[in-house]
Design a protein around this ligand. Structure first.
Ligand code: GDP
Length: 455
């Protein structure tokens, strides 16, 4: 991929809309548009101001009435000169304008290439790059909030501060290797230890809520499990209530395992309504049950549904036995048919228990509050506590922390400076990987490939 040429893409969704935006970035961005712009001279307009005019085709026909902004390097999204054309949101017109810019020497941008340029030009670090993507794709209020904070550089700055501490120690150790007679590390031993301890404590603090951060970003999967007719579909509908309008059936799932989205207290849940689990000779049903069990194993949380109005059958007993209490809520449904909790209600049922009626809605709010609490593994931490939001960041932070522990051991046991230097380098590499400074190209490629064209 060349990064010294000029790229163009439609930045808005390719459908009729109020306005559509064309974005051009690179050294020839202004030239690519200026000759077709009937209005101000784009070579001379002030940076970051809108100019009104018309885009004319090569044949001199008007294409669209537009506003054009020139953002001169380095004060732009990509840190290169960027021109944005705001036209009417007509896909045909926008495509005609893209062709015009291409004819003037630009090329089509690859997915995420604007952001990639911003990254390579040092405008964004990798955590901010991920935040851009997370923000665009956020499906819940909490996911949106953590993305915005990350975009503002919260994680980047925190990692930088930790890196600084570790780099200071590394510099001392390197000096000692070079000038052994001065005994540098020895004289700064306490200081080194203090810095490493501080860096480790900061990383540990960040990792504390990493799982919650990931759940805020990705949402939480919730499997509905139970025998046929216990009320799984009814409960799903009750939970979805007014949210019906945004219910989507995720493609790729089969008729027997439906996935739908639900928002509770700003948190996104993917509810998987599974085929009823029971013993059967029917081959098709067996396949459905196999998938139910699969969904059950993979889900972050499980609701085991029981019919409170009937005796507990052997199949339900089997499900209860297999359940992981940490990840399970047992729901006794159809309480409207019972005058009191069933005699088989037992404290040894796995996980928390909720008495409920999917028909009347009784107990539903309790269940929802419990789901949020379980999903966030306790109280939802105040937003400020969330640092790490994806597995990549988490794994790098864990690697860095591990290396810092080796460094600490090394300092305490007075191993040679060479050993310390190796471990310090490993820690610095892992920290660098979080912000993208030492991230391998193929991984970067994967991250940018998930972006949309025009971003
Ligand atoms: P599923 O097979 O587990 O998905 O169960 P359904 O949701 O299809 O419900 C099976 C039957 O139980 C239907 O006739 C529902 O109307 C009924 N049902 C579900 N929940 C309740 C409830 O809370 N109270 C009562 N009385 N009936 C319910």
């Amino acid at each position: 991929m060349h990064l010294d040429d000029t790229i163009v893409a439609i930045a808005t969704a390719p459908q009729p809309s109020g306005i559509g935006v064309l974005r051009i970035s690179g050294p020839r961005a202004v030239e690519c548009v200026a000759t077709h712009f009937q209005g101000a001279d784009l070579h001379r307009v002030p940076s970051h101001r809108l100019s009104h005019g018309w885009i004319m085709s090569k044949a001199g026909e008007p294409l669209d009435e537009v506003l054009v902004a020139v953002m001169r390097a380095p004060r732009s999204y990509t840190a290169e000169t960027v021109v944005e054309i705001q036209g009417h949101g007509s896909p045909l017109t926008l495509e005609a304008m893209v062709r015009m810019v291409l004819e003037n020497g630009a090329r089509l941008a690859e997915p995420g290439e604007f952001t990639r340029r911003a990254f390579l030009n040092g405008r964004l670090d990798l955590t901010q790059v991920e935040a851009v993507s997370d923000l665009i794709h956020a499906r819940s209020e909490s996911g949106r909030q953590v993305a915005v904070r990350q975009l503002r550089g919260k994680l980047f700055r925190a990692i930088e501060a930790i890196e600084e501490q570790v780099a200071q120690v590394a510099a001392l150790v390197e000096a000692c290797i070079e000038f052994p007679e001065e005994g540098t590390v020895f004289t700064h031993h306490e200081d080194c230890l203090k810095r490493i301890d501080q860096a480790s404590a900061d990383l540990r603090h960040m990792l504390e809520h990493a799982d919650q951060g990931r759940r805020m970003r990705e949402g939480v999967s919730l499997a509905l499990i139970g025998e046929p007719n216990v009320g799984k579909s009814s409960l799903m509908n009750a939970l979805l209530r007014e949210q019906r309008a945004i219910v989507t059936e995720i493609p790729g799932t089969t008729r027997d395992s439906l996935e739908e989205r639900l928002h509770l207290k700003g948190l996104a849940f993917r509810i998987i309504d599974t085929a009823g689990i029971r013993t059967t000779a029917d081959v098709v049903e067996q396949e459905g049950i196999r998938r139910s069990r699969n969904a059950w194993q993979q889900a972050d949380l499980t609701l085991i549904l029981l019919d409170a109005s009937r005796p507990l059958g052997p199949e339900s007993l089997q499900l209860l036995e297999e359940a992981d209490p940490e990840r399970t809520v047992t729901v006794l449904n159809k309480m409207d048919l019972c005058s009191q909790p069933p005699h088989w209600l037992h404290p040894e049922l796995p996980g928390e228990q909720v008495l409920l009626s999917a028909r009347t809605g009784e107990g539903l709010e309790l269940l929802e509050a419990l789901l949020v609490r379980k999903a966030m593994m306790g109280e939802v931490p105040a937003g400020e506590e969330i640092w790490i939001t994806n597995l990549r960041q988490q794994q790098s932070a864990e690697r860095a922390l591990e290396a810092l522990e080796w460094v600490r051991d090394g300092l305490v046991q007075d191993v040679g400076e060479e050993c310390l230097a190796v471990d310090l380098r490993t820690a610095l590499n892992a920290l660098g990987a979080i912000v993208g400074a030492t991230t391998p190209d193929d991984l970067l490629g994967k991250i940018f490939a998930e972006f949309c064209i025009g971003k």
